[in-house]
Write a protein that binds this ligand. Structure first.
Ligand code: C5P
Length: 228
């Protein structure tokens, strides 16, 4: 079967990863969560005191240490989905914490961080047959992707989804704090200079506020199948 590149971009916690993961499984494609990569850089910066509580980043140190940040994905046999590793340590759960969510957007706005991540993402997608989700996949990473989708939902719906997800994992969750974080990240991600969050001109827009997960998955599978 013909292999294509599928870019799923959108706002924070809009369910893109859930949709993208399922689509990759159905098509037998590679799935890459690029948010996990930026979260992993943020976790490294936090652990090494390269980012202060008020989000001031030690740029020189982070730039020097970028070659030491080895991010990889390994398939989790139980979930059937890739888990994120930082220098061979599984960090899949830790990178989803609200602490990391609070520090990730300033890290993701740094040009040398983006350059390193985008290079890695292009390398992973060079053979096509990939579903990649993020903020700039259709605009910057794969501007020639055959299918581009831009997903959104109301901030309240998105905060509730993230709250439920953290609760399910037994991680600390406070709805108001999550809602504030979702709005702050949207603002920072949309207003940064390098690769701001915005739909590609040829992206299909999807507001999934009132759609169930199976409905979203069916919608996406139909769009992909039409191109295969
Ligand atoms: O997708 P997720 O919410 O896990 O992404 C975490 C953060 O990583 C985003 O808020 C954004 O700042 C950054 N990000 C990005 N570009 C991507 C993916 C994520 O800037 N392609």
């Amino acid at each position: 079967m013909k292999k294509i590149t599928i870019a799923i971009d959108g706002h924070s916690s809009c369910g893109k990863s859930t949709m993208a993961k399922q689509l990759a499984k159905e098509l037998g494609y590679i799935y890459v969560d690029t948010g996990a990569m930026y979260r992993t850089v943020a976790l490294y910066a936090m652990r090494n005191n390269l980012i202060s509580m008020d989000n001031k980043v030690d740029m020189d140190q982070l730039c020097n240490q970028m070659p030491q940040i080895n991010i990889s994905f390994k398939l989790n046999a139980t979930t059937g989905c890739p888990d994120t590793y930082l220098n061979e340590e599984r960090v899949e759960d830790e990178i989803r914490s609200i602490k990391v969510s609070k520090h990730v957007s300033p890290i993701a706005a740094i040009p040398f961080v983006r350059e390193a991540m985008v290079n890695k993402q292009r390398e992973m997608g060079k053979g096509k047959g990939i579903v990649m989700d993020g903020r700039d996949i259709g605009t910057t990473v794969f501007p020639n992707a055959e299918l581009k989708v831009f997903v959104t939902a109301s901030a309240e719906v998105r905060a509730k989804r993230r709250y439920d997800e953290l609760q399910k994992k037994g991680m600390p969750a406070d709805y108001d704090e999550i809602l504030k974080n979702v709005k702050e990240r949207d603002h920072m991600d949309s207003n940064r200079e390098v690769s701001p969050l915005k739909p590609a001109e040829d992206a299909i827009l999807l507001d999934n506020s009132n759609m169930s997960i199976p409905e979203q998955q069916e919608w996406l599978l139909e769009k992909a199948k039409a191109l295969l």
